[in-house]
Write a protein that binds this ligand. Structure first.
Ligand SMILES: NC(=O)c1ccc[n+]([C@@H]2O[C@H](COP(=O)([O-])OP(=O)(O)OC[C@H]3O[C@@H](n4cnc5c(N)ncnc54)[C@H](OP(=O)(O)O)[C@@H]3O)[C@@H](O)[C@H]2O)c1
Length: 180
């Protein structure tokens, strides 16, 4: 079965974007070209599962940043609305997390990068996230779109390591503990 993996940046107060979706603050700290392990991480996944909101934000970037297949989870977006230049690599899925993971497993995926706050929350709830790399940016936003949200049960995590970068970014690695 495909395992889900998170690599995401948050404000110190736990937001991944402002209420209006703005992520400009992610680049408010000079990081001297440090990639915080992103290339190693992305090199180890078969593709990316992201929420429709994240997809629409990435479409605003000057260039498409992914060389791997992307699945956009949405009940509202249609495949025909994906820009034609991306139609070979971006596929829209209306499946819920468990069914999507089964579909991707059949396609041969082993590890998926799971991205977008709401999608990460639903994958955590479904027990489909194996580990998370969370990079905290030293900024308080006060409000915004949260990384985490309500859960029907506690999710226990094992802390693997934390690295403080010279820029002030602090990155923590966690493994999700699965009940036997
Ligand atoms: N800080 C970072 O590193 C980082 C990383 C990623 C994203 N972001 C930012 O975060 C914002 C987007 O995050 P978000 O939490 O607002 O939204 P999101 O998780 O990217 O997308 C949520 C949407 O995905 C669709 N969806 C389909 N199935 C779902 C399911 N099972 N669970 C949850 N959503 C499902 C729904 O769209 P439909 O209504 O179409 O069904 C839902 O509205 C953007 O501004 C993005 O740029 C920041």
């Amino acid at each position: 079965m495909v395992t889900g993996h998170v690599f995401i940046a948050t404000s110190l107060d736990g937001y991944i974007a402002r209420d209006n979706g703005d992520i400009g603050w992610l680049h408010s700290i000079p990081t001297e070209g440090e990639d915080h392990g992103y290339q190693d991480f992305i090199g180890g996944v078969d593709g990316i599962i992201m929420g429709r909101e994240t997809f629409q934000k990435v479409l605003e970037f000057d260039t498409w940043p992914y060389s791997k297949p992307v699945v956009v989870m949405s009940q509202t977006l249609r495949q025909a609305e994906v820009p034609s230049r991306l139609s070979d690599t971006v596929h829209v899925s209306a499946q819920p997390p468990n069914a999507l993971i089964q579909t991707l497993s059949i396609k041969g995926w082993k590890r998926a990068y799971v991205d977008g706050g709401q999608v990460i929350q639903s994958f955590l709830e479904a027990g489909l996230i194996e580990d998370m790399i969370i990079t905290r940016i030293p900024i308080l936003l006060g409000s915004g779109r949260p990384l985490f949200g309500p859960l029907s049960r506690d999710v226990q995590l094992d802390h693997t390591k934390t690295t403080a970068f010279p820029s002030g970014l602090v990155q923590s690695w966690y493994r999700v503990r699965f009940d036997p």
